[in-house]
Write a protein that binds this ligand. Structure first.
Ligand code: HEM
Length: 412
């Protein structure tokens, strides 16, 4: 019997849907990383890339596809005459399918993510966040999820894009449910409902774009994109719509999860709150430490083999899924001495919490700002806040560990 055959099945060592993982993912992540740099995970029918240098090389060179339709189990790409808005945005103008077009879009839209625009977006979001805390009043105990964090993705995305308030009710379901359109763990009916909501939302977005073309320029993302459209032949209205959907898709759930873990980590480590919130820069480092210490990732980032190929010595078939698992390194003492200790002054080099290379997170600056803003408001309103109880963890999300409730005792 070979050494490989003698090993227990990987799923016995690593099960990110288990309660054990939800409460203590470190040992399972280390066991997976020790199994080898590129391993097959039977339950998900996917390869897993476990070592940071290999993952960074893959992120950088983009030798794998990010296009869901390249996956061996994806539904067939519908022909163009059957496209609704949804397919037109996600196939016809996809940011993932065509690397060259993706790079062009990233290049031309970079001014829309400049420091000035992010400053302006933060200025707009601030009154909304302050209002949430004002409406909350002075309760003895409150659920941070229900009162604050559930509202933040919607506030920040609508303010960022510049969606007028009259459209908020209509567009809300799609912001909250958009990622359901490709969530493999929900029913076909639920996925179809999310797809229909998305179709309607695209009609509304088209209306907003048309209105904005006729109204004076404002300092928001949509106005910036319309300027960019005028200056670039290869960047057109469908690119704008697709990009907005990408912001919704990538910016809503991540924010929801990051809000919960930041509050939890800071309340568990009250002695570090002042250092963490001293400046936006110190908070940016804190954000990395929260993402490391409060590691909540399960699946990593999906890629697909564009053809039969060999990766790290293993034969990979065209269409097979490869999961990049950068979260495994967060528990590795070689990178982080005493990994179980929370320390907002740790150094992060490399700093990969927002990815790396051509698909580096477009919303990184905004994500950090909106979290800084909410945390500052939380501790301004409730300087003596503490966790009312150890929150129960929720394993139901396919991608992240979250909390069922986050009860905060205000002590005011
Ligand atoms: C809150 C914490 C967030 C984290 C930890 C995060 C992390 C990441 C990571 C790791 C990637 C690369 C994914 C990959 O390689 O497959 C990414 C991509 C992306 N993120 Fe974020 N993100 C966050 C928030 C946001 C927000 C608020 C927005 C927008 C408002 C956003 C928009 C995007 C977009 C559009 C991409 C795709 C970029 C591309 O393919 O060119 N993210 N994010």
């Amino acid at each position: 019997m070979s050494a490989t055959e003698a090993q227990p099945p990987l799923e016995e060592l690593f099960n990110p849907n288990s309660l054990e993982y939800a409460y203590n993912p470190g040992p399972q992540c280390l066991a997976l990383a020790e199994r080898g740099p590129f391993v097959w995970y039977e339950p998900w029918q996917a390869w897993m890339m476990t070592q940071l240098p290999d993952i960074m090389a893959c992120w950088k060179a983009e030798y794998l596809s990010s296009d869901f339709y390249d996956w061996e189990f994806a539904p067939p790409r519908p022909p163009e005459d059957q496209w609704s808005n949804f397919e037109r945005a996600l196939i016809g103008h996809s940011l993932v399918a065509d690397h060259a077009h993706h790079r062009l879009v990233r290049k031309v839209v970079s001014p829309a993510f400049s420091r000035n625009v992010v400053d302006e977006i933060q200025r707009r979001i601030k009154p909304d966040v302050e209002r949430l805390f004002k409406e909350l009043g002075r309760p003895e105990v409150f659920d941070y999820k229900e009162a604050i964090s559930n509202h933040i993705p919607f506030i920040s995305i609508t303010r960022m894009i510049g969606v007028p308030e009259k459209y908020w009710d209509a567009i809300k379901p799609v912001i909250m449910n958009f990622t359901q359109t490709w969530n493999p763990t929900i029913s076909d009916e639920q996925r179809e409902k999310a797809r229909q909501e998305c179709n309607q939302a695209i009609d509304i977005l088209k209306e907003i774009v048309a209105e904005r073309r006729h109204s004076p320029q404002q300092d928001d993302f949509l106005s910036e994109l319309l300027k960019i459209e005028q200056e670039n032949d290869k960047f057109e209205e469908w690119d704008i719509l697709t990009l907005i959907l990408a912001l919704i898709g990538a910016g809503a759930d991540t924010t929801l999860v990051a809000q919960q873990w930041t509050v939890y980590s800071l309340l568990k480590n009250r002695d570090q709150v002042a250092t963490a919130l001293a400046t936006p820069e110190s908070f940016a480092n804190t954000f990395n430490e929260v993402a490391r210490w409060g590691m909540n990732g399960k699946m990593g980032f999906a890629r697909y083999a564009p053809q039969d190929m060999e990766i790290l010595g293993q034969p990979v078939r065209r269409g097979q899924m490869v999961l990049l698992m950068p979260h495994l390194y967060k528990f590795n003492p070689e990178y982080f001495p005493e990994p179980e200790k929370f320390d907002v002054t740790r150094r992060f080099d490399p700093d990969i919490v927002f990815g790396y290379g051509p698909r580096y997170c477009i919303g990184a600056a905004l994500a950090k700002r909106q979290l800084y803003l909410s945390m500052t408001e939380l501790f301004k309103n409730f300087p003596n806040a503490e966790l009312a109880e150890e929150p129960e963890r929720d394993t139901s999300d396919h991608n992240s560990i979250t909390f069922k409730k986050l009860l905060i005792k205000t002590n005011c």
